[in-house]
Write a protein that binds this ligand. Structure first.
Ligand code: KG4
Ligand code: ZN
Length: 327
């Protein structure tokens, strides 16, 4: 069975073809460069880029998977959450295909798809329950997952999302956008305690807005003492990332303990972070930690197709009335 996945919730236009859970193609065009000068995603710019690129990624995904239009059996599309204009582009494309080809359509929740990314290519067996950790540019969510259609939100950020805090810290330090990959690259574990930063935490909820301000103040203080040298920049960034990763890993461990769950599944853009990946495995050694493979951490259509296929096999599907939902 061939599933076509479509993802347009933010700044990545992506189409993928899966055979069962095996990824045959996963083609993405990002409009990231066009947003760089604004320091964040501009919805209107992203929407126009989706309109321009969706045909291209669709044709390329079919070509790479070596299948024809008529061989598509199921169409899975992200319909929530995301930028509304951006979502509508992918959703309407999916609806038109579904009607034109007379093939079933299934709407997929983007955040659940980030978790499903851990199971693509059939590399891991899907077993419930698990603690699901979604760390992305828009979300920092912790779920108790008893099945993919009914995850229970048990923790979240009270303010900024984790990826958003990486982006904001990188911006105040003049490191460019997006901040996650840059900070990941220059992070030095030996410097993670150079400055005392801390994330806010209350039970299973987190807060990242205070630490962002603390980094800004520390930067200003260092600048007042002279020019901010590269070594100090590395200390700042490393102390920031050290605190963020510690808070996330602590919270996930507490969630597993509270709900007596042995497995943790992690996905989303920030799950690409090398230190977070290493710490999850090291500090949660008593748990079964499953992290989405690197190539499926940032937004992609393979994870959408995978979850769509999974849900369709459990009797879920949607019709042409399926709506895009921003939140
Ligand atoms: O999941 P994603 O591609 O889009 C959303 O659904 O939001 O996540 C994008 C976020 C950005 O904030 C980016 O800075 C962050 O993921 N990110 C990283 C890394 N790569 C991307 N954060 C930390 N370390 C990384 N290596
Ligand atoms: Zn995402």
């Amino acid at each position: 069975m061939y599933t076509l996945g479509i993802e347009t919730s933010c700044d990545e236009t992506s189409c993928a073809v899966l055979s069962g859970l095996k990824v045959l193609s996963n083609v993405t065009i990002s409009s990231l460069k066009q947003h760089k000068k604004y320091g964040g995603v501009v919805p209107e710019v992203a929407t126009r880029a989706h309109l321009k690129n969706i045909d291209k990624v669709f044709s390329a995904a079919l070509h790479e998977a070596k299948i024809s239009l008529k061989q598509i059996d199921l169409i899975a599309v992200t319909h929530k959450p995301g930028l509304i204009g951006a979502l509508v582009v992918g959703l309407n494309f999916a609806k038109a295909l579904s009607l034109g080809l007379d093939k079933p359509l299934i709407g997929v929740d983007h955040l659940r798809a980030h978790l499903f990314a851990a199971f693509l290519d059939g590399s891991r067996k899907i077993e419930f329950p698990f603690i699901g950790l979604v760390v992305s540019g828009g979300h920092t969510d912790i779920y108790l997952v008893k099945d993919f259609h009914r995850p229970k939100l048990i923790g979240a950020t009270c303010d900024d999302a984790c990826g958003e805090s990486y982006d904001k810290v990188a911006r105040v330090l003049g490191l460019g956008y997006p901040g996650g990959p840059v900070i990941d690259k220059i992070f030095d574990e030996k410097e993670k305690n150079a400055f005392k930063f801390k994330c806010g935490r209350k039970e299973l909820d987190l807060s990242f807005s205070g630490i962002k301000t603390a980094v800004l103040y520390k930067k200003q203080e260092l600048e007042d003492q002279g020019v901010l040298k590269r070594e100090e920049m590395i200390r700042l960034v490393s102390s920031f990332q050290g605190a963020v990763v510690e808070a996330i890993v602590d919270t996930v461990r507490d969630a597993a303990l509270k709900y007596k769950v042995k497995t943790v599944v992690c996905g989303g853009g920030v799950a690409a972070n090398r230190y977070l990946r290493a710490q999850l495995i090291e500090r949660a050694a008593d748990l079964n930690v499953i992290i989405a493979p690197m190539r499926y951490t940032t937004d992609n259509a393979a994870m959408v197709a995978g979850l769509g296929f999974y849900l369709y096999n459990r009797g879920f599907k949607n019709g042409p009335r399926l709506k895009a939902q921003a939140r």
